[in-house]
Design a protein around this ligand. Structure first.
Ligand code: HEC
Ligand code: HEC
Length: 331
């Protein structure tokens, strides 16, 4: 546990204990889901209703001439490529994976690198930045605050296994593409009821509405297409009413010293600057996990200290507001 972690958790304990400081425990592995359950998604225990789909059924998606049996969708060393014209030819490591344990990057990040809420959009991030992140994983410096959430733990294992050469080939590919508008941000007081399955929020068929509270509810625009790994099917993020403006205030002014002005490092419009990553239009669930992992020191890579002053004092509500705002900006 680092001091940054201690600050957040001890603060919570301080409040819970009615103001008397008590000795902080080591963080338990349940920490991150307990604080941001909508970002560090853990699947519901109850199985999903409905019949198991037929593996031989031939499936298609709109705007693609490709078709395949459903059994070809979840192949992690050769995921579907519905829109080959939508990206440059994929290198081997992206399309089929690399050495032992290096799963095809396109399986999770999608062939065009746009990514999903449970992973990350990697398209359009700077080459140096991607290489640095892979090196941080290889050196055990980038960890997730919620090891029970499958995909981030899986990425840790892939990052440990990937060689520098594999990382560079993948980085060159993803950095060569533009990140396209991918998240439709909707401010609201009420959201459709969702369940956690496949490490994301899924809207419950025939479910009602519930108050959004202090969270972001990010879910596929078209669940069926997302489940077919269609890299042209985007996401909707419900955020609390007023969150975008509150986030904009924090991001552009620093909120009276609460945080830093992001554009200083992330560039005007937050589209990235040199090796510093782009934030504009990226998954708010992913951004929230990173702000918290940076705050707690779980993510402690070679460049992470540059984020210390930005994240030190952020509350859960600040994280919701910032992620809502960054998601709403045109990438
Ligand atoms: C099993 C799914 C999976 C596969 C396969 C996968 N990743 Fe990831 N990747 C993730 C997840 C999940 C995250 C986000 C981790 C988090 O939220 O903390 C991520 C994050 C990243 C990031 C960080 C992006 C950022 O903005 O910092 C990079 C870079 C990355 N992956 C590169 C790769 C490369 C290169 C490959 C192929 C060698 C790959 N990934 C394969 C799941 C995967
Ligand atoms: C002093 C420079 C600096 C400032 C100011 C700054 N950042 Fe960062 N930020 C960085 C660097 C460098 C990284 C990469 C950290 C790493 O490699 O671990 C980063 C990473 C991030 C990430 C992770 C992105 C990803 O793709 O994984 C997020 C989210 C982020 N910053 C948000 C913000 C926000 C929001 C603000 C303003 C409230 C901000 N940053 C201000 C330098 C800065």
């Amino acid at each position: 546990m680092t001091t940054r972690c201690a600050r957040f958790i001890v603060g919570a304990i301080f409040v819970a204990a009615g103001g008397a400081w008590i000795h902080a425990q080591e963080p338990d592995v349940e920490g991150a889901n307990a604080v941001l359950p909508w970002a560090y998604v853990l699947n519901d225990a109850a199985p999903e209703n409905g019949a198991t789909p037929d593996p031989d059924e031939v499936v298609t998606v709109p705007g693609s001439s490709v078709s395949m049996p459903r059994s070809a969708i979840n192949i992690n060393n050769g995921p579907p490529d519905w829109h080959p014209e939508g990206h440059p030819p994929m290198p081997e490591v992206v399309a089929r994976g690399g050495g032992d344990g290096v799963v095809a990057c396109g399986y999770c990040h999608l062939p065009n690198g746009q990514g999903k809420p449970e992973n990350a959009g990697v398209a359009g991030q700077p080459y140096e930045y991607i290489v640095q992140q892979m090196s941080d994983w290889r050196n055990g410096l980038r960890k997730t605050g919620e090891p029970r959430m499958g995909p981030p733990s899986f990425m840790e294992r892939i990052g440990l296994a990937a060689t520098d050469a594999e990382a560079r080939v993948a980085a060159e590919y993803f950095a060569s593409m533009d990140f396209k508008p991918w998240i439709r941000v909707v401010e609201t007081d009420m959201v459709p009821e969702t369940r956690f399955s496949g490490w994301i929020h899924k809207v419950i068929d025939g479910g009602g509405m519930e108050p959004i509270g202090t969270r972001v509810v990010e879910t596929p625009e078209d669940l069926h297409r997302t489940e077919l790994r269609d890299d042209a099917s985007s996401f909707i993020a419900y955020v609390p009413t007023g969150a975008v403006e509150r986030g904009e205030h924090l991001v552009t002014t620093g909120g009276n010293g609460r945080t830093e002005i992001c554009s200083t490092c992330h560039g005007p419009e937050l589209r990235g600057l040199g090796p510093v990553p782009a934030l504009a239009g990226r998954s708010p669930s992913y951004i929230a996990r990173q702000l918290y992992d940076l705050q707690t020191g779980m993510r402690n890579g070679a460049w992470s200290d540059l984020m210390d002053a930005t994240v030190a004092d952020l509350t859960v509500e600040d994280i919701v507001n910032i992620a809502a705002y960054t998601a709403s900006i045109e990438p």
